[in-house]
Design a protein around this ligand. Structure first.
Ligand code: TMP
Length: 209
């Protein structure tokens, strides 16, 4: 039996973790087995890679190195966590996946969408999510939500221009993968956002029956 691979995407401060926690709770109450995880990270080796990527001290990191490290952590996380859970028929809710690399490294770092996609196709053996929920928020509103966080990682510290490029990148990604990615307005209240996301997942499950 195969499970469902669902990813949450969006600019920094879009509220992914809150939505993912909410979805985990609601789907579990409905009787589904859920694995809630995140990228970069989710398992020990990938969390170690995350620390290298996001350490504010690593200002010398080259954009291609950054893209490769995200892809490496993605690979390890897929093999150790996502594939086994899907094999067991579980619903995997993953905060961020390859669309983040396309937007942040492809556009934010200007490496190009197709270049970054190619690296990721190698890393994931062409594994796309069954459904991606894009939490749509103005990037400045998202950053303002994070403003009082004490710790700012290396990407949080990027300029507003970088975050505008990332947003532009997501717009291209939405066009390219319009069948897979569904948009939810993340400026609404938490419960509404979570319920809209839940309806999309239930719709996917019903369609696949
Ligand atoms: P998080 O704050 O959502 O946990 O993600 C950490 C940062 O890493 C966030 O600024 C987005 C960025 N990121 C990329 O640049 N490329 C990627 O492939 C992923 C997964 C995250």
């Amino acid at each position: 039996m195969k499970g469902y691979f669902i990813t949450l995407e969006g600019p920094d401060g879009c509220g992914k973790t809150t939505v993912a926690n909410n979805l985990d709770k609601k789907l579990t109450e409905l009787g589904y087995e859920v694995v809630h995880t995140r990228e970069p990270g989710g398992i020990d080796i990938a969390e170690q890679i995350r620390n290298v990527i996001l350490d504010p001290k690593n200002t010398a990191m080259d954009p291609k190195t950054e893209a490769l490290l995200y892809a490496a952590s993605r690979r390890q996380h897929l093999v150790e966590r996502v594939f086994p859970a899907l094999e067991q028929g579980k619903i995997v809710i993953c905060e961020r996946y390859l669309d983040s690399s396309l937007a942040y490294q492809g556009f934010g770092r200007k490496l190009g969408l197709d270049e970054v996609l190619n690296v990721n196709m190698f890393a994931t053996e062409n594994t796309y999510p069954d459904l991606t929920i894009y939490l749509d928020i103005d990037e400045e509103v998202g950053l303002a939500r994070l403003a009082d966080r004490e710790f700012k990682d290396r990407l949080d510290q990027e300029s507003i221009d970088f975050h505008h490029l990332v947003k532009q990148g997501y717009k291209e990604v939405l066009k390219r993968f319009k069948d897979r990615i569904k948009i939810v307005d993340a400026s609404k209240d938490r419960e509404t956002v979570a319920n809209e996301a839940l309806d999309l997942i239930i719709g996917l499950i019903n369609d696949s029956k």
